[in-house]
Design a protein around this ligand. Structure first.
Ligand SMILES: Cc1cc2nc3c(=O)[nH]c(=O)nc-3n(C[C@H](O)[C@H](O)[C@H](O)COP(=O)(O)OP(=O)(O)OC[C@H]3O[C@@H](n4cnc5c(N)ncnc54)[C@H](O)[C@@H]3O)c2cc1C
Length: 678
């Protein structure tokens, strides 16, 4: 019976994917190596091969309980530590990036466990501590301790400056307190069960004066018994969706917990032996921005979550779309066409495929810039140019993080719908991935909130009359006059960039002029900033980020791609991405009088449609070039062999056992039938 089924199924699904692969005009491996770098591809595969061979990394589509998720997450983390793949992010940047990418695709919960310790907690101690913290840093690097990052409190997340936890200096010691319920730390990953140490942010009180927001590294548990230390209560926040179930997001309450003074992360500040607070920071806000500098690094990493999300979404939905046949020009099962053939399906999915590629190129370049910046910081450089660099990184990461994470979530939602009913099953992995990716829109700077950082910097720059030169050259548009629409040329990407430059100038001018009106009406700076967000400052930040993604991908295309076929297809990819994002600003383009009449919009849409069509033969090979290994993708609908129905049925067959409560149902039915006879 089973054999018969298998044969029949195989006939039905002779994988069409190979036919679509052959249509491409380029070699997918060359494309992959061009985008990612050959060494990076090899490094990633080595890690994947290690994972494939290791029992602890095997998985199925069963939803694990909270306890199971936490236990398996611990075991996988331990295995990765044992493999000794990296010590800290800057000692081997390439290895680190390869590991990040593999783990983010495999399971964001596992990635969080590792990186919260090494990259967030560890980075905070290293960047804000001094030689006084050498011993704990050694323990962090050797995995002798587990760390968590405690910034958020029940009543404060975004407004970090107002955290309520207090630390009071008392005769050579520090006393930690959570003065009210709102001050209890929460959301800290790794905290609930595993953390032995935490970095805590709190208000430092010395000699009766609040010296403001400071970071501290505190031991919270005995590393042998795992009992919390006196004056510390820790618990878990409860159940969460997706991979975050495996992350120990915990809460922490301090009640007169005493720690030695060494707990203070004392770069740029200290408490002297005679109990005096000293600092080299000019203001509390300077201290706070240095303390939270580590979050800027994190934000760059979160851009990668958006990229991974849109890559996985495009891979799963497009591979499934060539396997899934529905309707056809003539009646009959044999005449049904793959849903991939429908222009509507292409319109829904191709833009996310191109977005994932352009954002990947952008992210790689951003990391290169960032690593260059960090090297100069580590070497102790202090210059105006470096300060400018830091500000530009902050502006771009604060804008690109929301753009990337929104797009990641959007692409997963669209992919799930594009896969119809089967897309809803866990075996597609799409809904799980959407749950996994969801909080990236909130942490490391809530998207709507953090976008304001970008516009603040751009608007401040706009007040300068001097030529604007920045290290990453993302603000070059300031030095060029905006030009209205003058017709399409043969170079669509440049046409789009011209429209973007116009939009940037328009939004800066509009936000500034509306701000002036509000100021004159008596509004204060806080009110003015809030009241110029909708349609103006917010859009400015998004458009600045998209403009940079297009510009950097164009530079890459022109200067770094050697293979002619890859160059040609990447041009098509960028053309589609540029038109896709520009179309979203059509209303603003007309409002800003970039052009009048319907012709521009109509032509833009026509170009978008023909650009989608131009990628039809390339799409599946493009998917192959961005897709992670099947083991990492872990999707029945997205597996590279295209044998979707066999794989679906193989999963279905695992679920034939009757549960025990069926006896109760049988008894109930029997009882009913007996009583109906009475
Ligand atoms: C899965 C997960 C893991 C996390 N891990 C950690 C961790 O390890 N350590 C840690 O310390 N924290 C962690 N966090 C907490 C996270 O950093 C905060 O949730 C985040 O900073 C947002 O803060 P909030 O929740 O207070 O949101 P709020 O600031 O309360 O935001 C609520 C709403 O108000 C809006 N809003 C707020 N301010 C403004 C404004 N000025 N203008 C306009 N709108 C505004 C926001 O856009 C949002 O829509 C985690 C959170 C999640 C979900």
């Amino acid at each position: 019976m089973t054999t018969h089924y298998n044969i029949k199924m195989r006939k039905m699904t002779a994988p069409l994917i190979d036919k679509y692969r052959k249509l491409a005009s380029f070699d997918w491996r060359t494309f992959k190596n061009t985008i990612e770098g050959e060494e990076h591809v090899i490094l990633k595969q080595k890690i994947v091969d290690k994972m494939k061979a290791e029992p602890v990394f095997q998985r199925d589509f069963r939803v694990l309980s909270l306890e199971e998720s936490r236990e398996i997450s611990h075991k996988r983390w331990k295995k990765i530590c044992e493999w000794n793949l990296f010590k800290d992010p800057y000692s081997d940047v390439d290895q680190f990036h390869a590991l990040v990418e593999v783990l983010e695709g495999y399971d964001q919960g596992n990635a969080a466990r590792l990186f919260l310790h090494a990259n967030v907690f560890g980075a905070a101690v290293k960047s804000q501590g001094t030689e006084r913290h050498a011993e704990i840093i050694k323990k962090i690097d050797n995995n002798e301790v587990v760390g968590a990052f405690c910034l958020t409190e029940i009543s404060h997340g975004s407004n970090t400056a107002e955290v309520q936890t207090t630390v009071t200096y008392d005769n050579g010691e520090l006393i930690f307190n959570s003065p009210n319920i709102g001050a209890i730390k929460c959301w800290a990953g790794n905290l609930s069960h595993s953390a032995t140490h935490v970095v805590v942010f709190a208000q430092l009180h010395v000699a009766g004066k609040n010296e403001g927001f400071h970071g501290f590294v505190v031991q919270v548990r005995d590393p042998i018994t795992f009992q919390t230390l006196p004056g510390i209560t820790i618990g878990d926040m409860g159940s969460k969706p997706g991979a975050w179930q495996g992350v120990e997001n915990g809460w922490l309450k301090f009640d007169n917990h005493r720690a030695p003074l060494i707990a203070l992360l004392n770069k740029g500040c200290d408490i002297t032996k005679d109990g005096k607070y000293v600092t080299s920071f000019k203001s509390a806000s300077e201290k706070q921005s240095v303390s939270l500098g580590t979050l800027s690094v994190g934000r760059l990493g979160i851009i990668g979550k958006g990229v991974t999300a849109s890559m996985m979404a495009s891979t799963i939905a497009l591979r499934y779309s060539v396997a899934r046949r529905q309707f056809g020009p003539i009646k009959g099962v044999e005449n049904e066409i793959p849903v991939f053939e429908y222009p509507l399906q292409q319109f829904r999915l191709f833009p996310y495929l191109t977005a994932s590629i352009c954002m990947r190129i952008f992210q790689k370049k951003f990391f290169e810039h960032f690593t260059g910046y960090m090297m100069r910081v580590i070497q102790g450089e202090k210059s105006d140019e470096l300060a400018k660099f830091s500000r530009e990184i902050h502006a771009l990461s604060s804008g690109a993080k929301p753009v990337a994470t929104w797009l990641g979530n959007e692409s997963l939602a669209e992919a799930r719908k594009a896969c119809g009913g089967h897309g809803f099953l866990h075996l597609s992995r799409l809904n799980t991935l959407r749950d996994d990716n969801d909080p990236s829109m909130t942490f490391e700077g809530e998207n709507f909130m953090i976008l304001q950082q970008t516009s603040n910097i751009l608007l401040a720059k706009s007040k300068s009359s001097a030529k604007i030169l920045t290290p990453m050259r993302t603000m070059e548009f300031f030095n060029h006059q905006p030009i209205k629409f003058q017709g399409w040329t043969n170079d669509t990407i440049s046409d789009v960039l011209q429209a973007y430059r116009f939009l940037l100038h328009h939004l800066i001018q509009k936000t500034n002029s509306d701000a002036e009106i509000l100021k004159k009406s008596g509004k204060n700076a806080f009110e003015v900033r809030n009241e110029t967000q909708v349609h103006r400052a917010l859009n400015l930040s998004i458009i600045y980020s998209e403009n940079t993604i297009i510009e950097w991908t164009k530079e890459f295309l022109e200067n770094e791609v050697e293979d002619r076929n890859v160059k040609e297809v990447l041009r098509k990819v960028l053309t589609l991405y540029s038109l896709f994002v520009l179309e979203r600003h059509l209303a603003t383009l007309y409002i800003s009088e970039y052009t009048t009449g319907g012709q521009f919009g109509d032509q833009l849409r026509e170009k978008l449609r023909s650009s989608i069509f131009s990628l039809k033969n390339e799409a599946i090979a493009l998917v192959d070039s961005i897709a992670p290994d099947d083991f990492i993708l872990h999707s029945v609908l997205g597996a590279s062999d295209g044998r979707v129905y066999e794989r679906i049925f193989a999963e279905f067959q695992k679920n034939t056992k009757q549960p025990e409560w069926i006896c109760d149902l049988a008894q109930f039915l029997h009882k009913n039938s007996q009583s109906s006879k009475l």
